[in-house]
Design a protein around this ligand. Structure first.
Ligand code: SF4
Length: 445
């Protein structure tokens, strides 16, 4: 007998990785020497574009749902000191890079990178330009906390040729905002969207969240409607990941009843219905984009990818991360920087790149990475493309019985019903998940 949606949710509301990488960061180990990192930089081809990730881990106040690597500060000095270290880190890496390697994209993430003064962002871009070649095709993206933006900063970003901003909107309902300690008005964001457009920054993303305390289907529908009235290029609707064993401040949210898995599922469904009805294309599990946006175009031609920032149309094979906790991705290698800011700074003062840990992918890992990426981006895989992978029938057949996947002799296809459970399907191809039974990930739904 077929399970009801409620039964499906209770069966599959289990912790699984988000698979922004495979293997996931849980498999990273501490045996990556400096020389190995330098070698990865040195063998990059001088004519193949790379992408760069810059982590700026500071915020003005702490949102109680926050799962990021960030620190609350109340003046500019710690940010400026940190950026001095970050510039030195770029210099240290730059010594090992081929000359003027082209850069496809620079992504500023955090934290709230826009909490830094725009002259600090300018310094970082100038320092990168010493080692990398920027062109008019280079994209510069920055994540922004609307509460730390001013019209001057927005104008500066226009001058710096920032191409895309992601505004942390989350929810427009005041009760929800108060519960999560992030109060910002719709009027503020509306004004900023206009200022960005005036500054010639046309690509504006909104990040929204479902599963927060005080959210109801009614309040969320109002939030989605308000967000859509501003016509952002992309909308990401992230499910809140409650991981208080990793992020202790999230315990503060337990003062309120958190939406049940069933309600979270309905919230995700509502997001899908309201946003796609407004003409947005559904991208992967949790993104939406206007049909004219590059993410929707990438999906249309089968070029949607997944990286540490989530769904992307970034085709660069290499991502070089700078800043505390930043992860670099080379051909078959992940390398992560120190996650402790004191240890990060200490390494740099000792003229060492602040490497903490990483992972060298086996051939099997590389094939599984491709398979999992295809599952999460295209919702299907053609198994003859992966002849060395044993199909995990004992895991997939129960998913087929529940209508989550359709199995043919050659394909694994995630059904419409199964799309919200796509990470569970991906997990069935992850051999490490069995080994790390004790690891606690966020829930699948
Ligand atoms: S602004 Fe973003 S990074 Fe900073 S505390 Fe809030 S959620 Fe976390």
């Amino acid at each position: 007998m077929k399970k009801t949606p409620e039964e499906l949710i209770s069966s599959y509301d289990t912790p699984v990785p988000r698979y922004t990488s495979f293997p996931t960061a849980v498999q990273f180990t501490a045996d990556i020497p400096q020389s190995f990192y330098h070698k990865q930089l040195g063998v990059l081809l001088g004519d193949e574009p790379v992408s760069i990730y810059i982590h700026i881990p500071f915020c003005h106040s702490l949102c109680h749902y926050c799962g990021c690597h960030t620190k609350v500060v109340h003046n500019a000095t710690p940010i400026e000191n940190y950026i001095k270290s970050l510039l030195a880190e770029i210099d240290l890496a730059g010594q090992h890079l081929p000359n003027k390697i082209p850069v496809a994209r620079v992504h500023f993430g955090g934290g709230s990178p826009n909490y830094a003064h725009s002259k600090e962002i300018n310094k970082i871009l100038d320092r990168l330009a010493k080692y990398f070649s920027f062109s008019n095709k280079t994209e510069i993206d920055i994540e922004c906390d609307p509460r730390q933006l001013s019209s001057e900063k927005i104008t500066d970003y226009g001058r710096l040729k920032v191409s895309r901003v992601s505004l942390g909107v989350q929810d427009f309902n005041v009760d929800v905002q108060q519960a999560v300690n992030r109060v910002q008005s719709f009027e503020l964001i509306k004004e900023q969207v206009q200022l960005f457009r005036t500054a010639n920054i046309k690509h504006i993303n909104f990040d929204l969240m479902v599963g927060l305390p005080k959210q109801t289907l009614k309040t969320l529908e109002e939030t989605f409607t308000k967000a859509l009235s501003l016509q952002p290029s992309r909308i990401a609707v992230f499910p809140y990941a409650h991981v208080p064993w990793m992020k202790k401040h999230q315990k503060l949210l337990e003062a309120y009843p958190l939406p049940s898995p069933n309600l979270r599922f309905k919230m995700t469904e509502l997001a899908h219905n309201v946003i796609t009805k407004a003409g947005y294309k559904s991208i992967g599990m949790d993104h939406y984009a206007l049909p004219t946006d590059s993410l929707a175009k990438a999906q249309k031609i089968g070029k949607l990818k997944r990286n540490f920032q989530g769904y992307t149309d970034d085709m660069a094979q290499t991502m070089i991360g700078f800043g505390v906790s930043a992860i670099s991705q080379f051909d078959g290698v992940y390398i992560q920087n120190k996650t402790d800011s004191i240890a990060y700074r200490k390494d740099i003062t000792e003229n060492k790149n602040p490497i903490e840990r990483g992972c060298i992918l086996s051939e099997d890992d590389k094939i599984r990475r491709m398979l999992i990426e295809q599952l999460l981006c295209k919702f299907s895989v053609y198994l003859p493309d992966f002849p060395t992978i044993d199909v995990p029938k004992t895991k997939l057949e129960p998913l087929q019985e529940d209508g989550i996947v359709k199995l043919t002799p050659t394909d694994v296809i995630i059904t419409e019903l199964g799309k919200p459970f796509a990470r569970i399907v991906a997990a069935s191809f992850d051999p490490y998940l069995r080994v790390d039974k004790g690891t606690r990930h966020a829930k699948a739904i």
